[in-house]
Design a protein around this ligand. Structure first.
Ligand code: HEC
Length: 178
């Protein structure tokens, strides 16, 4: 089983395009019921926490950021073993990609800490509703910086995603505070 999974992963790497269509979201998966695609898309973006990473100031404003400033990406990187990644400007992405390319992009995945498994689990209808809503906000903002490899020092500010003091996990329970 494990080796079969490895084989599947390997063929995904080699035949990415084929895998994307195999993994395409199904149209009979659960989908949000809303008065319109735009409402469904807005709801999914809010519930999915997309602005937490993809909008500067969203977390700091406790979600009160006007939607004109939503999803424009961030120049502050996430640095971990994968290198340094940047939450992309989805307002630009939705104007660069067709709706079908967006659906394929969500399935294809990429670097952490983007929650790829979460967006991969979106039904086809919901993935399209998110696209339509984000696109309706209009193109705005700058492209996010390109990701930086694991051995390179990023020129931007970044969050350090390397866990500290993992040794504390091994501490005996009776020494824990509280
Ligand atoms: C924890 C932070 C975080 C959250 C939350 C998050 N993202 Fe991301 N997202 C990222 C990062 C970082 C990247 C860049 C990944 C890379 O370079 O491969 C990214 C990339 C993307 C891309 C690729 C865009 C492109 O132009 O290639 C899409 C699409 C995307 N995110 C959609 C979403 C959606 C939709 C949500 C909400 C359901 C979401 N993201 C939530 C961090 C996040």
């Amino acid at each position: 089983m494990t080796s079969r999974l490895h084989l599947v992963a390997l063929s995904c790497t080699i035949l990415l395009a084929g895998c994307r269509s195999e993994a395409a979201p199904t149209s009979d998966a659960p989908a949000v019921a809303a008065a319109s695609d735009l409402e469904a898309g807005r709801y999914l973006v809010e519930v999915g926490g997309c602005n937490d990473c993809h909008a500067v100031g969203y977390v700091e404003s406790n979600g009160a950021l006007p939607d004109s400033l939503w999803l424009m990406g961030s120049p502050v990187g996430f640095r971990g073993p994968w290198g340094t990644s940047y939450a992309k400007n989805l307002r630009l992405t939705t104007h660069q990609l067709t709706e079908d390319q967006w659906v394929a992009r969500l399935q294809a995945g990429g670097l952490p800490p983007m929650p790829w498994p979460a967006v991969r689990a979106l039904s086809d209808a919901d993935a399209r509703a998110v696209y339509r809503f984000v696109r309706s906000l209009g193109p705005a903002g700058e492209l996010a910086p390109r990701p930086v490899g694991p051995d390179a020092e990023p020129a931007t500010p970044y969050f350090d995603f390397v866990p500290q003091h993992l040794d504390r996990l091994a501490a005996p329970a009776d020494s824990a505070a509280g």
